[in-house]
Ligand binder design. Sequence first.
Ligand code: C2O
Length: 564
Amino acid sequence: MGMANRENFPLVPFFYFFCMLGFVFIPTEASVKKYQFNVQVTNVSRLCHTKPIVTVNGMFPGPTIYVREGDRVLINVTNSAQYNMSIHWHGLKQYRNGWADGPAYITQCPIKTGNSYVYDFNVTVQRGTLWWHAHIFWLRATVYGAIVIMPKQGTPFPFPQPEREETILLGEWWNNDVEELVNQGNKLGLPPNMSDAHTINGKPGPLFPCSDKHTFAMEVEQGKTYLLRIINAALNDELFFAIAGHNLTVVEVDAVYTKPFTTQAILIAPGQTTNVLVQASQVPSRYFMAARPFMDAPLSIDNKTATAMLQYKGIPNTVLPILPQLPALNDTNFALSYNAKLRSLNSPQFPANVPLKVDRHLFYTIGLGINPCPTCLNGTQLIASLNNITFVMPQMGLLQAHYFNIKGVFRTDFPDRPPTPFNYTGAPLTANLGTTLGTRLSKIAFNSTVELVLQDTNLLSVESHPFHLHGYNFFVVGTGVGNFNPSKDPAKFNLVDPPERNTVGVPTGGWTAMRFRADNPGVWFMHCHLELHTSWGLKTAFVVENGKGVDQSVLPPPKDLPLC
Ligand code: C2O
């Protein structure tokens, strides 16, 4: 594991000392990369509407963080908007350094208007595509961007070197102010209106009105191969993505190399990233890239398609493009078989270190429900829970409370299994089985191996849920439809080359089993990456204890850590 950020400073005098002695200084490839993020309000037009949105540096999507494995990254975030802000570097492991992780009230208090905070972290033993986004309320609707981590100098990709690469950020666009819509929804006890468009690199494309300037285009040359770094930054939609006439070869998910496989379309959940190779092997023309939701248990249908252009060099804009065949909105079979094809590369250079023995077995049920709400217009509100607990956001950062041992902020009695087992995916259950509110976390011993089974339930309705764990990657060792069977299903686990990721879709009315080694001390958020469900309380956190070794405890907080 890498040196701690704030402990690098004492090395500087030694460095000068050796230089003065005339030692030949061989520069290491690692360097310090600095970024300035100004959070501000910017007017942006889409779909014939102009509205002020929160951006970073006036850009939508925001700037790409471009670093190399081993780099130290310093990102100075200055908040000039009227909202509290915090930014999460989604998928960065932040070893011992939760202070740089970003989720508001979990690892830090928000950066208030007029204030700054420097996110200071090392990029250690990770390379590939990740992303960053606001991690407070629904502000990530417009505050997001790509993170590209290049492999160490001299280390090639484990696939053919592409001619060029492009980041493809899939998102959602609302014509109205998102924070306002959410507040309205909360008053009614209902979900806010769904988005008005899907977007590719911030642009919805010509299937939406006023698209002229709002279509993303990528130029390619026939015969060459390109790397697309695809990121699902949408708030609430799992998406299919395809390019007309072109196959996609998946080579990486969530910044972990995979065994390459070729597919007509990919499925990508909010929070996930997928790198694909595309060969410009077709008759030179214009081809649509397209993204459209996957929803096999829709509460309300959203089949809006975002498009962008793959344009061969020399082809004029007057040529009519071709639309790709996307799987149907409710194509469960495509979703299951696509996910079954994902395998870690598991090469000697990039091994999959799957925990084979489990110290701690966790079984969490995912439930939706309706709670009384005297202040809501309907007298009820929708809620969500894990093991019947709806998570309540604290008033201060949990990591602070943990580090300084401040009592009364959270409890560590989150149950390892649901209080009462039931037929989780049987007939719809309308009761919410006594859901309780609480800021309850699970305490995990340092370096123990954890197996977590996430089980969807038919409380109110089955639905698929992309779960994201901060501070870690995990191995997706098994998944299935229906109820998890602890006496039969583990025998079918893939403990050799399961996909390693930071966000996994729990199938509609099904379960997913993941394993990880708890070697990163701190407080780590885990939540459904559908913003709607997160805001309903579908979240919790792990407190991973410090280890005994000198380099196994949470680092001291930085001096500029925002206070509540
Ligand atoms: Cu990308 Cu806690 O989120």
